[in-house]
Design a protein. Sequence first.
Length: 143
Amino acid sequence: MIWNTFIQRKRKPAGKAGDEIDLMIAKIERFAPGGYRSEREVYYYNYRILRPYLGPLRSLLEALSRKNTPGEDLGAAATTLFPLLKAFYDPRDRLSLEEAVRDEGLKRKMRELFLIFYDRKDVGAADVDAWLALYLREAGSRP
């Protein structure tokens, strides 16, 4: 038997943005409900190949991976996640903050985000409306 001791091990190239996103996805997949894996893949993870979505996707996944459960304070989680969700679904920033808060599509995406990442089926339209109204008041009071 001949062993070639001079063969070097193949190494993965380091420092790519995709690697960072893959690490966040792996972290999210440890706590996220398994039944919604395909939805997460279709609605979020697949966008990593499109350049305009890469930055907003990275920010959104980072926020989701930091907090594996929103706990009882869903409103605080919603006010943290909403601007990131808006940036992801509106990468050219065409919607103003007021328009984004009133947009029914973004509200639905917010409810879906809580469902497919945290398995929170109890989040309703009225809850999201209340959280976004609070977010809009807080954002309006900032300089």
